[in-house]
Write a protein that binds this ligand. Structure first.
Ligand SMILES: *[C@@H]1O[C@H](CO)[C@@H](O)[C@H](O)[C@H]1NC(C)=O
Ligand SMILES: *[C@@H]1O[C@H](CO)[C@@H](O)[C@H](O)[C@H]1NC(C)=O
Ligand SMILES: *[C@@H]1O[C@H](CO)[C@@H](O)[C@H](O)[C@H]1NC(C)=O
Ligand SMILES: *[C@@H]1O[C@H](CO)[C@@H](O)[C@H](O)[C@H]1NC(C)=O
Length: 412
């Protein structure tokens, strides 16, 4: 697919945004889960939960749970307490080590579950004797409830990844800890899920609760990002444009855009992996049927403010808190403050356009001072791009088995 075609879709996408905003204002939006006007968003009440659609069907137990953050967001969490095979299920869940899985931006916990049970990380972890907890950040399909706000209000969308680091993650950690007898918890983050964990750790949060952390497709510094589309969007201040338009919810799946993309994808010689390639790098190992599921379910919305914050990181090359309009400085996250004894498994890919090798090297050398030893492990996967880490059909052999043996090496 040519860059021109993608650009056209993106333009349509921004135009659509404007229209959507108008429509949303004009039509009366119902209560949670019953919006009609914009019709750009799948009504969650018509969907099976993540447990029903993606876990129980494969013969695993799964519980739908919810966690409320200190700022009132009600997040859905799925627990897969044990594996499918009887011999690994002796004893109760409390003897098993808990693991929290945190997805990246514009997706939700379902991305972990798109591949077959033999190939996807949550079920592989469950089969290896772990107690698995899947987190879903605020604003995603199953985490749109709030104690006092509604997603149709712009106040609901007044947050960035800063709040994902300071509210969502701690709430999920506290909850899992309370349900598992105060055990220390392993963590797996992908993409933005790595950034928010590093930000939390650098502020001294979670460090007493986490046993070890595996960061897949680590991002923290974005100054060498090769994703031309995202880089251009950031440098041309597309994000500011959105802010000026006053939009608070960012819904990439708005119908005209999806239709445009689908039509482009259907053209002879056009493979939709190419669109993803432009955004994320050349993923080597995606199963096309899993990828179709991905197109149906994802991407999901996030807050415009979150994208503005990420664009600030891209432009400045500094991992800092959200800079308000007119503000000159904002406090930085000092990653050197992450305790060096915190066991970290860091993996990154040679083809990843979002997590550039140079940026990861900066992270490792200057900030984390992580060297391969018993506490730390660094895995470079030459052929992998951004989504291979969650959806690669060979990820079990190349990556997940390494994560599991890393977790099993952390004894204290
Ligand atoms: C792709 O995934 C589907 C569904 O999980 C599976 O049946 C198929 O064998 C996979 N294809 C390959 C090439 O792994
Ligand atoms: C049971 O767990 C152990 C270690 O946790 C693992 O080596 C083994 O493969 C698991 N058995 C099955 C059948 O999954
Ligand atoms: C949203 O949360 C409130 C509690 O704050 C609850 O009363 C309500 O039933 C929830 N709505 C949905 C759709 O889960
Ligand atoms: C970050 O923290 C380290 C010590 O943990 C300190 O030496 C360094 O000056 C700090 N960097 C900034 C930019 O504040």
């Amino acid at each position: 697919m040519s860059l021109l075609a993608i650009t056209l879709c993106l333009l349509l996408f921004f135009a659509h945004y404007y229209v959507l905003h108008g429509v949303a204002e004009a039509s009366s939006r119902g209560s949670f889960g019953r919006k009609k006007g914009a019709a750009a968003f799948t009504d969650p009440s018509t969907l099976d939960g993540i447990c029903d659609s993606s876990v129980i069907v494969h013969g695993y137990q799964c519980q739908e749970l919810s966690v409320t953050t200190e700022d009132g967001y009600i997040l859905s969490v799925q627990r897969i307490p044990e594996g499918r095979r009887a011999e690994n299920n002796s004893g109760n869940g409390n003897n098993k080590q808990p693991v929290i899985l945190q997805h990246g931006i514009l997706v939700d916990g379902r991305t972990w579950l798109l591949n077959s049970p033999e190939q996807n990380l949550p079920l592989i972890l469950a089969d290896n004797g772990f107690d698995v907890w899947i987190a879903n950040t605020r604003g995603t399909t199953f985490s749109r409830n709030h104690t006092s706000l509604d997603p149709s209000q712009s106040a609901y969308w007044d947050w960035t990844w800063n709040e994902l680091a300071s509210c969502d993650l701690p709430a999920v950690f506290d909850y899992v800890s309370s349900q598992t007898g105060g055990q220390k918890i392993h963590y797996v983050g992908h993409s933005l899920g790595t950034l928010i964990a590093l930000a939390s750790f650098s502020e001294g949060k979670l460090v007493n609760q986490v046993k070890s952390a595996a960061l897949l497709s680590s991002i923290a510094y974005l100054s060498h990002m090769k994703s031309r589309l995202i880089d251009l969007a950031a440098r041309f201040h597309m994000d500011e444009l959105l802010r000026i338009l006053g939009l608070s919810e960012f819904i990439p799946k708005g119908l005209p855009v999806v239709r445009c993309l689908r039509r482009l994808c259907a053209l002879p010689g056009v493979n939709c992996n190419n669109l993803l390639t432009a955004l994320t790098g050349k993923n080597c190992c995606l199963n096309s049927s899993a990828f179709d599921l991905f197109l149906i379910n994802e991407p999901l919305s996030t807050s415009t403010k979150n994208l503005i914050h990420l664009a600030q990181v891209v432009r400045s090359g500094v991992l800092a808190k959200f800079k308000h309009f007119g503000q000159l400085y904002s406090p930085i996250y000092n990653l050197s403050n992450i305790p060096h004894e915190l066991p970290l498994f860091i993996s990154y890919g040679g083809q990843d356009a979002l997590s550039d090798v140079l940026d990861v090297t900066t992270l490792l050398d200057y900030y984390l001072k992580v060297h391969d030893d018993n506490k730390h492990s660094v895995l470079f996967i030459k052929d992998y791009a951004h989504f291979d880490f969650v959806m690669g059909d060979n990820a079990k052999d190349i990556l997940y088995n390494e994560v599991i043996s890393f977790f099993n090496r952390q004894f204290n």
